[in-house]
Design a protein around this ligand. Structure first.
Ligand code: ATP
Length: 217
């Protein structure tokens, strides 16, 4: 659809609908009608229907919409980048660095929980009002906070256990910093980041790469 055809006042209202729908999704409200939305926002249902008619199928009177679907469509129209809820498991040096790195949040990856199994680390306050929590409560917290992405920064020998824990808890994406290939159930996207591989690849190119060939002894 052509976003430029939507009048400015409608866009403004869409932003208000967006905020309201976000809260509804967080509260687990699965479907919403134009009447619901109008009531929550104190505006006319006919206005909501008119605004939503820009989405074609959403404009139908009396039909409830999937809250999540409507939110996604409005996000797309508004060009709002999706925010992903993440958790980091393994608050060693790497986990700590990631938790303190504002670039992740700026890219839309918001840490909602930080976990470790070391009793000395549990309870340590962290940025964004988080504290390090025990992996014993990981499943419960991931479900409750609707965390979608798990970042694994535990040592290799613990990574598969953590991946299983995250998968059971319902994450649909894993970023694995541990130097081990994980076995994951279908439907979970997995990104492996092994920093040492990049360094080794660089070392190879520096040693044998054509651009500088002959400059080394
Ligand atoms: P530190 O020495 O502070 O633990 P590190 O980066 O050297 O830092 P690693 O041995 O790489 O530590 O472990 C990373 C983190 O993963 C540590 O905080 C450790 O307590 C945690 N960890 C290890 N095994 C598990 C596990 N099974 N579940 C949760 N966290 C774990």
């Amino acid at each position: 659809m052509d976003n430029t055809k939507i009048p400015k006042p409608t866009i403004k209202r869409l932003a208000v609908y967006h905020r309201c729908l976000e809260n509804m999704v967080i509260s687990g409200v699965a479907s919403v009608s134009s009447n619901d939305l109008a009531e929550r926002l104190g505006i006319k249902a006919s206005q909501v229907r008119k605004d939503l008619s820009y989405f074609g199928e959403f404009g139908k009177r009396g039909v409830g919409y999937s809250t999540k679907h409507l939110l996604d469509s409005i996000s797309e129209i508004l060009g709002i980048r999706k925010k992903w809820k993440t958790c980091i498991v393994g608050m060693g040096n790497l986990g700590m660095a990631l938790a303190n790195y504002p670039g992740l949040e700026n890219s839309g990856f918001i840490a909602k929980a930080l976990f470790d199994n070391n009793p000395n680390k549990i309870g340590i306050p962290m940025p964004n009002d988080l504290v390090i929590e025990s992996t014993e409560v990981l499943e419960e917290i991931v479900k409750k906070r609707q965390i979608e992405i798990g970042v694994i920064t535990v040592p290799a020998n613990a990574a598969q256990i953590i991946a299983d824990l995250l998968a059971n808890a319902g994450v649909t994406g894993i970023v694995n910093f541990a130097p081990i290939r994980l076995t994951l159930p279908p439907g979970i996207s997995n990104e492996e980041i092994d920093i040492s591989v990049s360094f080794r690849s660089l070392a190879f190119n520096m040693t044998f790469g054509s651009s500088r060939k002959g400059r080394r002894a």
